[in-house]
Design a binder for this molecule. Sequence first.
Ligand code: COA
Length: 260
Amino acid sequence: MDLTYVTYACEGGIATITVNRPDKLNALNEAVMADIDAAFGHAKADADCRVVILTGAGEKAFVAGADIGELAEQDVRGGKAKSLRGQAILGRIENLGKPVVAMLNGFAFGGGLELALACHLRTMAVETKIGLPEVGLSIIPGYGGTQRLPRIVGRGRALEMVLGAQPIDADTAFRFGLVNRVAPRAELRAVTEELVKPMLRNGPLAMGMAAEAVLRGTEVSLEEGLRIECDLFGIVSSTADMREGLNAFLEKRKPTYRSA
Ligand code: COA
């Protein structure tokens, strides 16, 4: 895999994808976005990868937003196309089929926070701040922020963040339910690994389908959501992994899953 702005490393079932453009606080230009997309494509295909942790290089930033230099040059058509491209990449992360945790080691602003919102879980360093500052620049969030943020924290809190455009600290983010764990930066990796540790033992296919049921089901009526759940329950019942998981319990041994 030939990447310039992202690194990929997989160890003990955990793939770490690091956005690596620290001189620009890991800001997302088109080349960075393409590398992120490629790295997640690799994680999806990597049989050793059970869980992904996404983070930013350097001490200061997770991702400080979309590249403002690129934004400054866009017109109507370019702006819409950029938004669509970014949304598609973040959609592929959300639908990876493997758990993805955004580890917010530093600033996550604008597109950086939107990238984190497309991940399934988030952890955050107490020393940092996150937010959607776009309207302060007279643009709006374009990588799903206006849609995913209210779905996670509720409309009132989302509108406070989107319209106020003010950064929030880790305590507030935790209180909003926006991040799952908060820790001092020096302990953030260990805390994030604790969060994902149980997922390394779980059935990989089942985790993918359970996440799909939650993500698709919360977008539709309860009735339709229950239909999605039972369809996926049927599909999971056809897998060798399901038989292995249940038999391992009955035989009092650890399961060995074929899928990853
Ligand atoms: N796009 C492009 N470049 C960015 C960037 C972005 N979103 N965020 C930071 N950078 C660049 C800066 O221009 C600077 O580059 P330079 O050294 O060539 O001048 C470098 O990253 C370091 O940033 P700097 O502003 O000097 O760091 P700081 O610690 O003083 O401030 C921030 C950090 C995050 C508060 C500040 O960089 C910032 O406000 N960034 C923009 C955040 C934003 O509005 N994001 C949403 C965009 S829609």
